[in-house]
Design a protein around this ligand. Structure first.
Ligand SMILES: C[S@@+](CC[C@H](N)C(=O)[O-])C[C@H]1O[C@@H](n2cnc3c(N)ncnc32)[C@H](O)[C@@H]1O
Length: 270
């Protein structure tokens, strides 16, 4: 991997470690099965996870791991390379059903027997995600599924015109200045959500179906999460599908979730 990619990769992991140590709870809609269903739709119903052996790559503070447990997963492998592993261990509801690994995604052991692997909001923060997709392929059983959720390019035009230049600055800011900026941006966001009730504004679906249901604390976390990580990529439909097809997955399906992001699922051939 090139030096710049390596620096970006390590810095992003460090950024998230610090983020989750500060924003360390998973309360409310942010950590709910209702939100999990919204992410998985239209490909998997949480019921289908019951009794399955699964992994999550990039577990952060553990909300998806707890959602998988609530859906009835038999066992969850939780992969988190950052210092957030401490928060993850603390937040897990049924530790006897979870194995936490402090490793990067590409180091996921080649179990070869997992039914599902999930990676929600992670691959777009990895400069070279191909080795992670390859590791997921090896860890699944034949016929097992890999579901990823990624930031999208299409449907995000106005937002990207705002956030990309802003991130040049914000990803370098120390926590206390960034937290102050989040506070400043929070109030226009609330106003924007209110306008979305009356007007067909960009990102209306996401504002009303997801962000509005979050607590004020979690809305602030989401703004912080957009501005903080060193590396973030916004995927086109073509790039999102290619990620899994290059990784030898078949039967790849893609969904433009709330018109701004991609949920993609692929199957390891039997
Ligand atoms: C936006 S957070 C998503 C956390 C969790 N999936 C969720 O939805 O709440 C991205 C996570 O990916 C982790 N991550 C970053 N680089 C990674 C890598 N190379 N391999 C595995 N995880 C990584 C970060 O440490 C961070 O916790």
């Amino acid at each position: 991997m090139e030096r710049e990619q390596l620096d970006n990769k390590e810095q992003t992991i460090k950024d998230f470690g610090e983020q989750w140590l500060r924003y360390d709870d998973t309360e409310g809609y942010f950590g709910s099965l209702e939100l999990f269903s919204d992410i998985l739709l239209p490909f998997i119903k949480p019921d289908e996870i019951k009794g399955c052996s699964v992994a999550e790559i990039g577990s952060g503070s553990g909300r998806i791991v707890n959602m998988l447990l609530e859906a009835g997963a038999k066992h969850v492998i939780a992969v988190e390379p950052s210092e957030a592993i401490e928060v993850l261990n603390r937040n897990i509801r049924n530790p006897e059903k979870v194995t936490c690994l402090k490793i990067a995604g590409e180091q996921l052991p080649a179990y070869g027997n997992l039914d599902y692997i999930f990676s929600i909001g992670v691959l777009h923060h990895i400069p070279d995600p191909v080795p992670v997709v390859e590791a997921a392929f090896k860890a699944l059983r034949p016929g097992g599924h890999f579901l990823i959720w990624l930031y999208g390019k299409e449907g995000n035009g106005l937002y990207l015109a705002f956030i990309i230049p802003l991130r040049v600055l914000t990803k370098r800011l120390p926590h206390f200045i960034l937290a102050f900026l989040v506070e400043i941006l929070y109030w226009p966001l609330i106003l924007y959500i209110k306008f979305c009730h009356r007007l067909p504004l960009p990102l209306r679906g996401y504002m009303r179906s997801v962000l509005e249901k979050m607590s004020p604390k979690k809305r602030r976390l989401i703004i912080y999460d957009q501005l903080n990580p060193s590396y973030a990529k916004y995927y086109t439909r073509f790039e999102a599908k290619k990620l899994l097809s290059d990784g030898k997955f078949v039967n790849i399906r893609i969904h433009h979730r709330h018109g701004y992001s991609w949920t993609v699922i692929g199957t390891k051939p039997s």
